[in-house]
Design a protein around this ligand. Structure first.
Ligand code: SF4
Length: 355
């Protein structure tokens, strides 16, 4: 069991972050925020994929004002991503943003930060102090983790002087070890919830592995209250990767987990095709009935032969240990019946429905 770090709790729209709340999945749109239609379409796609909080880039006043047009058309909280110009944060707050992200690396004037904090306080919305290694390393000759932690702490103290504690903090480096180190250190210093991220992680293949290594290390230590996997590519992949990381860490309580062997020369069924078809049918979208929202997690084992098959199939809620063009169905640890290879997916889906 993972003992999660005790934190304060903040609320973004209707999503709670920290103090034992489920770890929420975030993503960011890649459209021009000023294009309300395209941005809403992308946010709806993200919602369907299971995104719980979405962030939009606010690069000018028109983008800040567009938030007022986007908000009524979406169902998840919206975060305005602000850099350089504090006035854009004020406009975004006026337009109805549910949270503001500001970057201590490029918004340094105290009076400007105070103006943003006051406006956020008046509207009861939280602020993310969101550092990226790219914004801070130029200003310090320390290690990346040191530079990020000291920069974050300067900002945090400023907010605390203003008695503004509706804060979530992120310290994203593009280097995994620096990211993990920075989060570990800030977690010891303050009890604000932490938004995990590895910045500029790259294309989906390697980027999600980098994120999984960093998030895995932190989540297993109980650190992390919300997260975003940053990928060069379709934001839907960010959401799917984030959900898979949470599931792999054992931090998702519902849904269906498919366990399958890598196959080898002993396998006498087309296991890859079977598992691909099964997984696609089970987990394509969270609203799918097999996603089992709110119900206990179900483990399904699909194993290629009798070497490890019966053991894994018995340990799972439902399992198949394959033989030659057929397999033994196990349910709650007991062998039930022999089934033909062509019926594996159909039978497993029927059994999942019964649970
Ligand atoms: S379960 Fe059987 S088929 Fe699958 S990898 Fe192990 S030995 Fe090979």
């Amino acid at each position: 069991m993972i003992k999660r770090r005790k934190t304060r709790q903040i609320t973004v729209g209707d999503v709670k972050i920290g103090n034992g709340a489920p770890i929420s999945v975030q993503s960011m749109t890649k459209t021009d925020t000023r294009d309300i239609v395209k941005t809403v379409v992308q946010i709806k796609d993200l919602e369907r994929a299971g995104c719980e909080i979405v962030r939009v880039a606010v690069k000018d006043a028109d983008a800040a004002k567009a938030i007022a047009g986007i908000k009524p058309k979406i169902n998840i909280p919206l975060v305005a991503d602000i850099h350089f110009d504090y006035r854009l944060a004020l406009l975004a707050i006026q337009s109805g943003a549910d949270k503001i992200r500001i970057n201590p690396g490029n918004m340094t004037h105290r009076n400007e930060v105070e103006a943003v904090a006051q406006a956020a306080k008046a509207r009861h919305i939280p602020i993310r102090i969101g550092l990226n290694s790219g914004s801070v390393i130029k200003q310090h000759k320390k290690s990346v983790a040191d530079a990020m932690v000291s920069s974050a702490m300067e900002y945090i103290r400023l907010f605390e002087k203003m008695k503004f504690r509706d804060i979530v903090v992120s310290l994203k480096a593009s280097d995994v070890q620096a990211t993990v180190e920075a989060y570990r250190r800030i977690a010891k210093k303050r009890d604000y919830p932490l938004h995990l991220g590895v910045t500029a992680a790259g294309l989906a293949d390697f980027g999600r592995i980098k994120s999984a290594v960093a998030f895995g290390a932190l989540l297993l230590e109980g650190i992390g209250d919300t997260l975003r996997v940053s990928l060069t590519g379709d934001p839907i992949l960010e959401v799917l990767a984030a959900k898979q990381i949470l599931r792999a860490a054992g931090l998702v309580t519902g849904g269906v987990e498919v366990i399958s062997c890598p196959t080898c020369g002993r396998c006498q069924v087309d296991l890859v095709k079977i598992v691909e078809e099964l997984s696609e049918k089970i987990s394509k979208v969270t609203s799918h009935p097999f996603a089992r929202a709110g119900k206990p997690q179900v483990k399904i084992a699909v194993m290629g032969c009798e070497v490890n098959g019966p053991g894994e199939a018995r340990d799972a809620d439902i399992g198949i240990a394959a033989g030659k063009n057929s397999g033994m169905l196990f349910k709650n640890g007991k062998p039930i019946k022999k089934i033909a290879e062509k019926d594996f997916v159909k039978v497993l889906l029927e059994e999942i429905k019964k649970l």
